[in-house]
Ligand binder design. Structure first.
Ligand SMILES: Cc1cc2nc3c(=O)[nH]c(=O)nc-3n(C[C@H](O)[C@H](O)[C@H](O)COP(=O)(O)O)c2cc1C
Length: 297
């Protein structure tokens, strides 16, 4: 009943672990698979190890999380040890980024040996990556360069911090993207009024969780109106009802990041049960019947 497809990737259910939240070790990836996820995305990996920003890097606000971690990761040479021998029966998506445009194909080709699909992160709101992801021409070029060196499905992850996300999505598809994922976190900031300083070490960060859901729904709706490749809808998905809304906006699968921290590691199972309950009540037989139904109407 819950099966879905992202191009050639087959998922037992539409829940996907979003990049950056728990996906940084083999042990955690296995545990998330055991807790019912339909697919897993790794932390975004780069060629060289990255330390990230000064603390604090994550703070909880009223309606979500504000983070600027700085894409800290151990680099591909260390991280590939986590992926080697990781034998899971759900797709593992390797997320990656380059310190320059030219670095993207190199890291993507190295990572693609250990995963079922590649996601390129062109969208982190508090690093230089946002400059790549905000320029449709550059998005097309990076996508094309990565497409030419990997033979696995290519996912391009987009930022909501643009005027027209559907224009950027079209450029990614023109460059050869098989799947679009949206959204990354929304550029945001908080200030401590006693110390008169920004709360985050990096000052500016990305907002995620319940507050960004309506933004994510709008983005996915606009993308699915414009292009015809599968979408992983991400942003503020905490409950089965949120997930159904995202599917109806045009997503074929839904990414869960902050939700893992709100409802625990078994959020995947919980959301699947809640989707199933709704489908039975409303007489839906397949996930496909939900995908984009609010766009078609
Ligand atoms: C702590 C944290 C770390 C993140 N790290 C990454 C990352 O490494 N790569 C990436 O593409 N997105 C990263 N994201 C963004 C999430 O994958 C997701 O796109 C965003 O948080 C919106 O979804 P959510 O509301 O379900 O968290 C991160 C988000 C959080 C909260």
């Amino acid at each position: 009943m819950l099966k879905t497809k992202l191009g050639e990737l087959k998922l037992p259910n539409p829940t996907v672990l979003a990049s950056g939240v728990l996906g940084n070790s083999a042990g955690l990836l296995k545990r998330i698979a055991e807790n019912g996820a339909g697919a897993l995305t790794t932390k975004s990996i780069s060629l060289k190890p990255q330390n990230g920003y000064e603390n604090p890097t994550v703070v909880e606000l009223e309606y979500g999380l504000l983070n600027a971690i700085g894409l800290s990761n151990p680099g591909i040479e260390e991280f590939k040890k986590e992926l080697t021998g990781l034998n899971l029966d759900i797709p593992v998506i390797g997320s990656c980024w380059g310190e320059s445009i030219e670095e993207f194909p190199t890291i993507a080709a190295k990572l693609s040996k250990y995963v079922d699909a590649i996601e390129i992160n062109l969208s982190c709101p508090h690093t230089q990556l946002r400059l790549i992801g905000q320029n449709p021409k550059v998005v097309k070029r990076v996508t094309r360069d990565v497409r030419s060196v990997i033979n696995k499905p290519l996912i391009v992850k987009l930022t909501p911090n643009v005027n027209s996300i559907s224009t950027v999505a079209s450029s990614a598809v023109d460059g050869g993207a098989d799947i679009i994922s949206a959204i990354n976190s929304v550029g945001a900031m908080a200030i401590n009024i006693e110390t008169k300083t920004p709360v985050l070490g990096n000052a500016v960060g990305g907002y995620s969780g319940p507050a960004v859901k309506p933004i994510a729904i709008r983005c996915v709706y606009e993308i699915s109106n414009e292009i015809d490749v599968p979408i992983i809808g991400i942003g503020g998905i905490i409950t089965g009802r949120d997930a159904i809304e995202m599917l109806m906006a045009g997503a074929s699968a839904i990414g869960i990041g902050t939700g893992v921290l709100y409802r625990n590691i078994n959020i995947f199972e919980k959301i699947c049960n809640e989707i199933k309950e709704f489908m039975i009540k409303e007489d839906y037989k397949k996930i496909d019947e939900l995908v984009g139904c609010a766009v078609r109407n």
